[in-house]
Design a binder for this molecule. Structure first.
Ligand code: DC
Length: 217
C-alpha cells in the first residue's frame, strides 16, 4: 500500500504524513530529506550549486539511508543538520537537476519496495509512485505556512524574521513548481486538502478519513 502525499513547503505535509504513518504502522518516507542530504554534502564539499554535472556525480557517490527515523549521510547521522538555513537556501536548486532526481527516485523506490509506506514530497503521486493507492495534495496559504515555518525554525534556535521566512518560502515555491523536471503539481486523481485553518490533529484525522474512504472503493 502506497500513500502519496505531495504539497509545497511548510504545508503541514511532513507532520501529518509522519503521524499518519505511525498510526497506521506504515513506514514514513520523507523524500525531501534525501534532497536535503545531498545538498548538505554539496555544501560540505564546496560544490558549485549551478553545476548540475558535478552534483550528479556527487549524488552517485553519496550514500543516503534511513534507520529508526534518523537520516544517515555516508554513515553519519545528519537528521538535524539537514534542516539548517544554508540547506533550505540551496535545496530547491540542487533538486532541479534531472540526473540528481533520477538517482533520488531510484533510492526512494528501493526504500519503499514491498512495504506499506506513507511517502511525502513534491513528485510522489506524479513521478515516484504514479500508481499509488491513495494520492493526497496538501496545501495552505503562504501566510500560514510562513508562520508555521518561522515557529519551527525559532524552536530550533534559529533567529529569523517572518518576512524573511515568507520570502524564502515564496522563492522555493517558485523554483519547485516552475522547474522543468518533475515540478510540484497536483497529481491526477489526488484529493486536495487545504490545511490553512486546520490544527495538526484535524489534518491527521482528515487524511485518515480520506485513506479509509478510498480504501473502501
Ligand atoms: O519537503 P522539504 O521542504 O524538506 O523539501 C526540500 C526540497 O526538496 C524542496 O524544496 C524541493 C525538493 N523536493 C523535491 O524536489 N522532490 C521531492 N519529492 C521532495 C523534495
Amino acid at each position: 500500500m502506497v500513500i502519496a502525499i505531495d504539497g509545497p513547503a511548510a504545508s503541514g505535509k511532513s507532520t501529518t504524513a509522519k503521524e499518519v504513518a505511525s498510526r497506521l504502522e506504515y513506514i514514513y518516507l520523507d523524500t525531501g530529506a534525501t534532497y536535503r542530504a545531498l545538498t548538505l554534502k554539496a555544501i560540505e564539499n564546496s560544490v558549485d550549486m549551478e553545476n548540475g554535472n558535478e552534483l550528479s556525480r556527487l549524488a552517485l557517490k553519496t550514500d543516503i539511508s534511513f534507520k529508526n527515523a534518523r537520516l544517515y549521510l555516508n554513515g553519519k547521522d545528519v537528521t538535524e543538520e539537514i534542516r539548517k538555513p544554508s540547506v533550505d537556501e540551496n535545496v530547491s536548486l540542487v533538486s532541479s537537476y534531472p540526473e540528481v532526481r533520477k538517482r533520488m527516485v531510484i533510492l526512494q523506490r528501493k526504500i519503499s519496495k514491498g512495504r506499506n509506506v506513507v511517502c511525502e514530497g513534491r513528485d510522489i503521486g506524479t513521478v515516484v509512485f504514479p500508481d499509488a493507492d491513495v494520492k493526497i495534495y496538501i496545501d495552505a496559504s503562504l501566510d500560514v505556512r510562513a508562520k508555521r515555518r518561522m515557529l519551527e525554525l525559532q524552536s530550533n534556535g534559529v533567529n529569523i524574521t517572518y518576512e524573511n521566512v515568507k520570502r524564502q518560502l515564496q522563492a522555493r515555491d517558485d523554483l519547485d513548481s516552475k522547474r522543468q523536471h518533475s515540478p510540484l503539481s497536483i497529481p491526477e486523481g489526488a484529493v486536495i486538502l487545504d490545511t490553512t485553518n486546520l490544527t495538526i490533529e484535524e489534518q491527521v484525522k482528515k487524511v485518515l478519513e480520506i485513506i479509509e474512504s478510498l480504501k473502501r472503493v
